[in-house]
Write a protein that binds this ligand. Sequence first.
Ligand code: NAD
Length: 360
Amino acid sequence: MLIGIPKEVKTMENRVSMTPGAVESLVRRGHTVVVEKEAGIGSGLPDDEYLSAGAKMVTADEAWAAEMVIKVKEPIASEYKYLRKGLLLFTYLHLAADRALTDILLESGTTGIAYETVQLPDRSLPLLTPMSEVAGRMAAQEGALHLEKPKGGRGVLLGGVPGVAPANVMILGGGVVGTNAAKIAAGMGARVTIFDVSHSRLQYLDDIFNGRVTTMTSTEPNIRAAVMLADLVIGAVLIPGAKAPNLITRGMLSTMKEGAVIVDVAVDQGGCVETIKATTHTDPTYVVDGVIHYGVANMPGAVPRTSTFALVNQTLPYAMLLADKGLDALRANNSLKLGLNTIDGKLTFAAVGEAFGLET
Ligand code: NAD
């Protein structure tokens, strides 16, 4: 198959959808891979490495002319001209939040397979997990940074020092983000408490951390009591398909320590802190009631090299299947089939249909 890898064009998007190593794997299977010039530069992957891997370096128009285009982010308006019948597009699409893109994919007849809806039999989302792992680990790091005085924080070192207590870190939600945040915060020596509504999840966390973190049932009284003592709060809840619940209310903020930090990773689903709003890497924080709020909605964007490799590790097996078998891959692999959102002008993903009142 002819596979195209365009350079990402969204502002501050430095990831690339295939590494040179992944390109080499595709070429070895007999596929032709065309990569837009400088597509990997933001992730530290120069054109030379793609050429050595067997790719041909091309223009954006040539990359988009391939039979299958693999991307990271959903196409934006300047890329709509490339969408067409017969094109197989494999990327994050997030259609339920993007009516314009849904319409153009349907009108153009593009086959859109969305990373975020590929689902394993245990209902986990393998192509979202790597970005949650990155964001969770970053959350502890960003929290530690913003607790520093020059960043406006209360001047507390996450791990303390001999003779001085470490910081109290409160993590709301013990899923992929929460677990990864806990690993790093506990690794830095902080006192970590994870809150979750799922008892089986708390049992699992209790087992794996073996006493290095405390687990608590996520109830309003438990959160209210803990937030007063917290130096760092990390928001990591997810209720699939719904807005995140407001677990930290405006009223609770005034009970928090001056200079405490909230990193609400769940901001992309509305956040679990009433006062959180989306921010950017260039201006990541703001202050409400003396509490630093960090609400960057695309945290993995700050570490594009790690994020590119983490994403490609998970997408490559599916990309290979699509390249080898074309649309027959969907019949062969039910997880991949669940990724199909649009084909031949038809919407095939029910949640997007529900969001826009469209037939599926
Ligand atoms: P996940 O499904 O693995 O974990 C969510 C956890 O929240 C589950 O364990 C669930 O039981 C728990 N939960 C649900 N309701 C709760 C409540 N009331 N109190 C406490 N816990 C509760 O999800 P995830 O992959 O860890 O993602 C978490 C959030 O982070 C999502 O909103 C995701 O979109 C977001 N995210 C953001 C970024 C970013 O850059 N900001 C990056 C990746 C993921």
